[in-house]
Design a protein around this ligand. Structure first.
Ligand code: NDP
Length: 243
């Protein structure tokens, strides 16, 4: 099956890399099921692509029931789920000594549990189909640790381990697992940083050297659009001026 008519469920579809991926897939005739908390953004995205089959639902990935409900929407509307793009994430970075416990927990809940809930929600359908593809947005920060980003890096290292475990467990069910690790990309991610100095620093870096969301989205689409015998397990996409 080419991209046309592929059923793709995307979390974190309301902005940045998720939204850019929606734009490419909608143009190529994929059937899309979108989740994020800002439902008005999802509505506007659907309206931008009137030719595409798009459904959306308010989804908070820290709530297992929300993701199960999103997967149910995909099955009810299309009868199957070919691809899950686990993309939702936050990055409220700060030094550990600041003891931002609520932000640590929010990152663990969103970046790790959100990915696990996504996997758990689609695996039964994919195992039954004997085919599927789960893609998670990791980060260069899932490969390298930066100061002030210990917890964020920890969540992305965890996602890398989870996705490799998934890949090995599901080979015989023809379920592919792909980790997409972007570097600095010009998105709204800095907005999740409560510390003004840190968020201004990241915003400056994004504007100076950042890739565009569409650059990363192209890699996601490339990974989706591979034949059955090809599985891209890992892609690191750095901004070319990134250290
Ligand atoms: P954005 O802030 O533009 O997008 C983040 C998306 O995640 C939004 O759609 C947001 O939707 C969604 N999201 C956040 N929390 C939740 C939640 N609890 N439930 C549901 N959706 C949620 O940033 P990016 O596009 O950059 O981020 C996408 C992914 O890329 C993240 O996983 C991020 O860690 C990763 N990444 C980004 C990099 C960058 O430089 N930008 C570099 C490396 C990785 P809403 O607020 O509507 O819920």
């Amino acid at each position: 099956m080419s991209l046309k008519n592929k059923v793709v469920m995307i979390t974190g579809a309301s902005s940045g890399i998720g939204e850019a991926t929606v734009s490419l897939l909608a143009e190529q005739g994929a059937k899309l099921v979108l989740g994020a908390r800002r439902v008005e953004r999802l509505k506007a995205i659907k309206e931008k692509y009137p030719q595409a089959e798009i459904y959306y639902q308010t989804t908070d990935v820290t709530k297992q029931a929300d993701i199960e409900f999103l997967a149910k929407l995909a099955r009810d509307k299309f009868g199957r789920i070919d691809v899950l793009f686990n993309n939702a994430g936050i990055m409220p970075t700060a030094p550990l000594e600041e003891k931002q416990v609520h932000e640590w927990k929010a990152m663990l809940d969103t970046n790790i549990m959100g990915v696990l809930y996504g996997i758990g929600a689609v695996l039964p359908a994919m195992i039954q189909q004997k085919s599927g593809h789960i893609i998670s947005t990791d980060s260069v920060a899932g490969h390298v640790v930066y100061p002030n980003s210990a917890v964020y890096c920890g969540t992305k290292f965890a996602v890398r381990a989870i996705m490799e475990g998934l890949r090995q467990e599901q080979i015989d069910n023809n379920i592919k697992s792909t980790l997409i690790s972007p570097g600095t990309t010009d998105t709204e991610l800095y907005q999740s940083i409560s510390d003004k100095d840190s968020s201004n620093q990241i915003l400056k870096l994004q504007k100076e050297i950042g890739m565009q969301s569409i650059d990363v989205a192209k890699a996601v689409v490339y990974a989706i659009d591979t034949p059955a015998e090809v599985s891209i397990s890992d892609m690191i996409i750095r901004a070319s001026k990134q250290r």
